[in-house]
Design a protein around this ligand. Structure first.
Ligand code: AMP
Ligand code: GLY
Length: 420
């Protein structure tokens, strides 16, 4: 069969790599892909948010299954358009994708289904948000643009003054465009984070292993938030009991609640959780796999991914064997461009990839790379990641860092404490 993966980051590279290993698959395409994906799939020059172009391509090539990586096409209705064209596709439709597309809506789902959450308040009017802040005790609060803001729409305000500035920027200065027209204020929670991402067809769940993403740019969680500087799976210290709680109190009620509204979620549902002293609480839902969490999770997946994707797309997940995972640990370290997550240079030559020892226990997944003639150059803030399996976190870390040290490009930087 022919599979099309939509997107062009590290997550999509890992998806293409894993899908290409399936004996069911003859050909993998990726739209638009990147310089690394070109090694495992045929890259197609169609943007991930070009809904009409993707449907046209899938029709013309008689694609048997399309797998959608990023949130933007899901929220734009790519799945609805593919289904209307009688194409098989894995991902939530536009109505179910709203659980990520609107943080205000996601919090309403939490409220209606008693999903453990921080206290939250939704505002469509900046003067009301300011009045609320005025009447509240001085102290930290989280300010979130409700709409999609590529992971940049969250401000952790330490003081009321910082919260006011964030509200102004989002609501009055439209820093995130329409995404900031509605703002969600949230109680600031403390604890450690984990991402639990399960595949579902709206009735049955295929549980995937949890992961932890490292969002801050510098070691010891210093500096600004990024798209993710690395990830580890399983999550050190996350026990079975807490995982059950996340399933029973967060993931299952969310999917059941969506069902009751006539929104059937088919795809990967991502619960970003804070593990607090009083139990796990939901920070955000994503309607897709995480990046970079996908990289270590798929490194650990022993089962063929493709039957799971097909059954979830068809709504027959109960007929599929549950996924089996390698008990070893996978650590994924992201190498970024100089200056990222701020301004950064593109087009830098990447050296040393030929020195990296490959194999089933070590993979390099590309995020922002392109081939230029015989060379590989940087095209994004997150450039590539090295992902290694090991019998312990220490072994996986040491393997990933040993290989990463062989790779060079101008301005390269990465965290030294992923998984530590
Ligand atoms: P989100 O996109 O909503 O997951 O927020 C991005 C990041 O901001 C999360 O991964 C957390 O590190 C942090 N964050 C979000 N909401 C809260 C909260 N209510 N309390 C503390 N930290 C939060
Ligand atoms: N790693 C967080 C995300 O994919 O949104």
């Amino acid at each position: 069969m022919k599979v099309l993966v939509v997107g062009g980051g590290g997550r999509e590279h890992a998806l293409c790599w894993k899908i290409a290993l399936s004996p069911l698959v003859k050909r993998v395409y990726c739209a638009p892909g990147n310089g690394g994906i070109a090694g495992v799939a045929e890259c197609v020059d169609v943007a991930a948010n070009d809904v009409a172009g993707l449907v046209r391509f899938a029709k013309a090539e008689a694609i048997d299954l399309t797998v959608v990586g990023p949130e933007e096409p899901l929220c734009l209705g790519l799945v609805d358009a593919m289904r209307a064209a009688s194409l098989r596709v894995l991902g939530p439709d536009q109505s179910a994708a709203e659980i990520e597309g609107s943080k205000a809506y996601a919090r309403e789902v939490c409220r209606r289904n008693r999903i453990p959450s921080p206290g939250f308040w939704v505002f469509n009017d900046s003067s009301k948000a300011h009045a609320f802040l005025e009447n509240r005790q001085e102290g930290p609060i989280v300010v979130k643009a409700s709409g999609l803001a590529a992971g940049k729409g969250v401000t952790m305000a330490r003081t009321r003054a910082e919260a006011r500035t964030a509200v102004d920027e989002m609501m009055d200065q439209a820093r995130f465009g329409a995404a900031g027209r509605t703002v969600v204020l949230e109680e600031f929670l403390e604890g450690s984070e984990c991402s639990v991402i399960h595949l579902t067809d709206g009735k049955t769940f295929a549980p995937f292993e949890p992961a932890r993403d490292h969002k801050r740019v510098f070691d010891r969680d210093q500096g600004p938030n990024t798209g993710g500087m690395g990830a580890v799976s399983p999550v050190p210290g996350l026990g079975k009991r807490t995982l059950r709680q996340i399933e029973d109190q967060i993931l299952f009620p969310a999917v059941n609640g969506l069902n009751r509204e006539g929104r059937v979620f088919r795809g990967f549902l991502y619960a970003g959780c804070m593990l607090t002293a009083t139990g796990p609480r939901l920070l955000e839902f994503n309607c897709r796999l995480g990046d970079p969490e996908t990289q270590p999770i798929l490194m650990r997946l022993s089962s063929d991914l493709v039957p799971l994707l097909l059954h979830a797309a068809d709504g027959t997940l109960e007929q599929c064997e549950a996924p089996v995972f390698d008990s070893r640990t996978a650590v994924c370290v992201v190498a970024a461009s100089g200056g990222y997550p701020g301004e950064y240079q593109k087009g830098c030559l990447i050296h040393g990839l030929d020195q990296v020892r490959g194999g089933p226990d070590l993979q390099v997944f590309h995020s922002g790379t392109a081939r230029r003639g015989g060379d590989l150059v940087t095209t994004g803030g997150r450039v590539l990641s090295v992902c290694a399996l090991g019998k312990s976190v220490e072994e996986a870390r040491s393997r990933a860092y040993t290989e990463l040290a062989k790779i060079e490009f101008q301005g390269i930087h990465y965290r030294r404490d992923i998984g530590a």
